[in-house]
Design a binder for this molecule. Structure first.
Ligand SMILES: O=P(O)(O)OC[C@H]1O[C@H](OP(=O)(O)OP(=O)(O)O)[C@H](O)[C@@H]1O
Ligand SMILES: O=c1cc[nH]c(=O)[nH]1
Length: 542
């Protein structure tokens, strides 16, 4: 047996190992899912906690695996996550009852806009051999050898590749691994917490940030005593015996020395160390933002990624949603995009008197503006603009997007160069306010795919005398390619969208996208082969 034997014989009953407890619960407004299983580190149950379960398999390059599931490459997954190469991995260590769980909870709470996954080291206990089980009283659960490091490393490695993982479930009654596992999707931030996280070199080296929660030994023992006796019904003697036999020696040998590897040591007493938490959260945000498209394109504006917006996107992206819901939730997103867009127009200072006779120092809206919708999907955005700007003039453009494959060839063929050539879309119809050159222009088109339609529209506006900096392009979904196409060509024009999607299919559909927006919004959808081949349960026929 590789685990350290501290004592030859040990009364298993004295350990008073808590009965296995297993629960799955939903916390908050559908955004938190956690499951926990009792563990020997009393009061610190094994946790699988994800702030948001992302449907990672919602798309791929329109390819399916053997079982009909979507298959996507690593790059596609990465691109879908906004271009971030890998999640940010934080290791949180510290002695028993040091407050690791509280620290992790606070980090998660403060990273509301990110998907955070919390993994506990305790899930990765090695299953005991028959011999070890017979002598469980002398088994040292606090030694690094008690952890299946290879399995933990594998799980973390997959999460870092943004792959879903099956986390083992350890049964603390039988000291074996349960048949079941818990499936967890990856996130933007992965936290691995446990007493030995920084003591295990292989795990420590994977972490982008290493945190040690430093709490006074006396305080930790007092907390553990209280927790184990009050919450777990153990005897004081049992707790002290376990502490002196295993917990304390292993803390001195492994946990405490691992503090020197920490990037951040958080002194943790009774209250919270909110300064430390703020600093950690700020650092994570900075790191996550570094690959953000918004850092690359200063003229790209993406609505704050709140769950509210993600929820609405989840509805409109669902291929099985009915038209009425598609329209309802598209309209809600469009309204937010339009309001956001209007916020990027200039304002003039203006003072008014309120009924109390006091002054209110406010602003007036920019009045010289108009909308231009790209027929037909863009017309779906007109109502929202009219609702926000009473009496606004809205022009229209009808653009013929000829051969999509032709456009792709034009973009990739160095001889052809740019899609300005013969494959460039044509303006078939144009109706614009006569004084458009004097106005700010909000271009309305819910989908920015390759960006060639948008380019045709913007070029026409520039040709009609509108200044580039006075154009705002508003969309519901933009592909990274479309963003790149517009933001580099028109650096002074703002591109405003509610979400950026990873890529384009071979026929230039945005992925994951919403399919044909116009057809779904206006009800002109022709049932696709995919839906014809779908049976009532939603599973695909061969
Ligand atoms: O960035 P691009 O590759 O040019 O694609 C985007 C265009 O595609 C959609 O229109 P669509 O051709 O589907 O017509 P519709 O609005 O009439 O449905 C969308 O409304 C854009 O106008
Ligand atoms: O995915 C896409 C691409 C272009 N137009 C759409 O409506 N959807």
């Amino acid at each position: 047996m590789s685990a350290l034997n501290v004592r030859d014989s040990y009364d298993v009953n004295a350990l008073e190992i808590p009965p296995m407890e297993q629960r799955t619960k939903v916390q908050g407004v559908g955004a938190h899912v956690s499951a926990s299983i009792g563990s020997p580190e009393v009061g610190s149950p094994t946790k699988y906690f994800t702030k948001m379960l992302e449907n990672n398999c919602s798309a791929g390059k329109a390819r399916r695996g053997m079982n009909g599931e979507f298959v996507s490459t690593y790059d596609e997954r990465i691109a879908r996550c906004g271009g971030n190469r890998e999640p940010f991995l934080i290791g949180v260590a510290g002695g028993t009852a040091s407050g690791k769980t509280t620290v992790c909870d606070l980090i998660m709470q403060n990273l509301q806009e990110q998907r955070v996954v919390l993994i506990a080291q305790d899930s990765f206990y090695r299953p005991l051999t028959a011999h070890e089980r017979e002598n469980v009283g002398s088994y040292n659960f606090d030694h690094p050898d008690a952890i299946d490091t290879a399995c933990l490393k594998d799980v973390l490695h997959k999460l870092m590749l943004r792959l879903p993982v099956d986390v083992p479930v350890y049964d603390f009654v039988t000291h074996s691994r349960s048949e079941e596992t818990i499936r967890i999707e990856s996130g933007d931030v992965i936290i691995i917490e446990g007493i030995l996280v920084l003591a295990m070199e292989e795990i420590r080296n994977m972490c982008h940030m290493k945190v040690f929660v430093d709490t006074d030994d006396d305080l930790r023992l007092a907390r553990r005593l209280k927790r184990d006796t009050v919450d777990r019904g153990r005897s004081v003697d049992g707790v002290i015996t376990q502490y002196t036999m295993f917990v304390k020696p292993m803390f001195d040998a492994y946990v405490s020395p691992s503090k020197r590897h920490a990037d951040v040591i958080i002194p943790w007493a009774q209250g919270e160390n909110s300064v430390a938490i703020d600093l950690i959260v700020q650092h994570i945000r900075t790191k996550l933002g570094q690959n953000d498209l918004r850092r690359i394109y200063r003229n790209l504006v993406v609505l704050p990624p709140q769950f509210q917006i993600r929820g609405m996107h989840t509805i409109i992206r669902d291929r099985s949603v009915n038209r009425s819901d598609f329209v309802f939730y598209s309209d809600r997103i469009i309204r937010l995009v339009v309001e956001h867009g209007l916020g990027h127009l200039p304002f003039n200072e203006h003072v008014v008197f309120t009924p109390t006779g006091d002054q209110y120092k406010g602003v007036t809206f920019c009045s010289k503006l108009c909308g231009v919708s790209i027929i037909r999907s863009g017309e779906a955005m007109e109502n929202a603009l009219r609702a926000c700007c009473k009496g606004i003039k809205i022009g229209k453009l009808l653009i013929e997007r000829r051969d999509r494959d032709g456009l792709r060839r034009a973009e990739s063929d160095p001889k052809v160069g740019s899609p300005q050539s013969e494959t460039c879309p044509r303006i078939l119809y144009e109706k614009l306010p006569h004084d458009i050159a004097d106005r700010f222009v909000l271009v309305l088109d819910p989908i920015l795919a390759t960006g060639v339609s948008a380019q045709a529209a913007v070029d026409l506006l520039l040709d009609r005398g509108v200044k580039e900096e006075k154009i705002l392009f508003l969309s519901v979904i933009a592909s990274t390619q479309g963003v790149h196409h517009l933001c580099t060509r028109y650096p002074r024009m703002k591109v405003i969208t509610s979400e950026v999607d990873a890529g384009l299919s071979d026929d230039n559909k945005v992925l994951p996208g919403v399919g044909e927006f116009g057809d779904r919004y206006f009800g002109t959808e022709i049932p696709s082969m995919a839906s014809l081949q779908t049976d009532q349960d939603g599973t695909l026929f061969d």
